[in-house]
Design a protein. Structure first.
Length: 239
């Protein structure tokens, strides 16, 4: 095929689908550069400057769109995970099965390193605590009156928020057990277990320091905590 025929073929393809040419950045750069060859060196080509800036802006916007889409997919996946975890928590029909769920499946359903449920038990003698702890398993931790607020607020005289997200140097050994030194962030959800009852606390611990940060949204965790409140009220006080 002669050069003239090749040019004619290219012209035909461009006329058939000009948008494909406009969408090809490398081709457009080459065409712009070809048009700049006759410009004297002492003249500033504003057209080229503007086009380069526009190209940079387009690339920046495409990057932002990719970030937004990625975040949206992540939010959908997280929402699905929390909803699935709630359904798993509602599945047990008898209390021993619920305790077994807390021991063996709870952290797995949330895709987290460790999960704990803290309950204040001021009316239970300290001598009876070890037996009670063995019965409920390591995922349930019994504390004395006022210890939940003290833990959430780090000892400050303030009312705990429904959900607290924070980075930590390590977890509390009394709550998390052997995994405590490896934890770097945690989510705390205070539970209202009904009028006249001591509060509860859900704790999710992670080895990832960026898993739970104060600036993150907490709507899903607030929802999860409110559902767990009802679950605990059913098991502990309404049987």
């Amino acid at each position: 095929m002669s050069e003239k025929d090749q040019i004619g073929d290219i012209r035909k393809k461009i006329l058939q689908d000009p948008k494909a040419l406009l969408d090809d950045r490398e081709v457009m750069r080459a065409l712009i550069a070809a048009g700049d060859t006759d410009i004297p060196a002492n003249i500033i080509d504003l057209k080229t400057v503007v086009l380069k800036r526009l190209e940079g802006r387009v690339e920046e916007m495409e990057g932002q769109n990719s970030t937004i889409i990625s975040a949206a997919y992540k939010n959908i996946a997280t929402t699905f995970k929390v909803h699935s975890a709630i359904l798993e928590a509602l599945e047990p029909k008898v209390f021993p099965d619920f305790l077994d769920f807390l021991r063996s499946k709870w952290a797995v359903t949330l895709n987290i390193d460790v999960a704990r449920l803290c309950l204040e038990a001021p009316s239970i003698p300290l001598d009876d605590m070890p037996a009670l702890q063995r019965e409920f398993g390591p995922s349930v931790v019994f504390l004395q009156e006022g210890e939940i607020n003290h833990y959430v607020t780090l000892g400050k005289d303030s009312e705990p928020r429904p959900v607290t997200l924070r980075q930590i140097r390590k977890g509390s050994a009394n709550i998390y057990g052997n995994i405590a030194p490896k934890l770097r962030s945690e989510a705390l959800m205070k539970l209202d277990l009904g009028t006249g009852n001591s509060p509860g606390l859900l704790l999710l611990g992670s080895k990832n320091p960026d898993q739970f940060l104060p600036k993150m949204g907490a709507d899903l965790l607030i929802f999860y905590g409110s559902v767990f409140e009802k679950i605990m009220q059913r098991w502990l006080f309404n049987d």
